[in-house]
Ligand binder design. Structure first.
Ligand SMILES: [Zn+2]
Length: 80
């Protein structure tokens, strides 16, 4: 019965996971349907395969952010 709301008003997606700056996962607050941003920037159903891809993307993204911080700290040291 919950899905009636989605049929009438459309899904009400909220961001449930921030994978990278460009890729996010969304969940409908009413029916729990999940979407994610695919490689071409369009929204697609969040399948187990996409979840795996997002895990990898997230790890790569976190590593890159950490590296950037390290580079910034090194730069600071050089200035000091
Ligand atoms: Zn829905």
């Amino acid at each position: 019965m919950k899905n009636i709301h989605c049929k009438v008003f459309g899904h009400d997606y909220k961001v449930t996971r921030h994978v990278t700056d460009h890729v996010k996962e969304y969940t409908c607050v009413n029916c729990k349907k999940q979407l994610t941003t695919s490689g071409n920037g369009e929204l697609t159903l969040l399948t187990p395969k996409f979840k795996e891809i997002n895990d990898v993307l997230e790890r790569m993204h976190l590593k890159r952010v950490a590296n950037q911080d390290q580079e910034r700290n090194k730069a600071k040291l050089r200035i000091a």
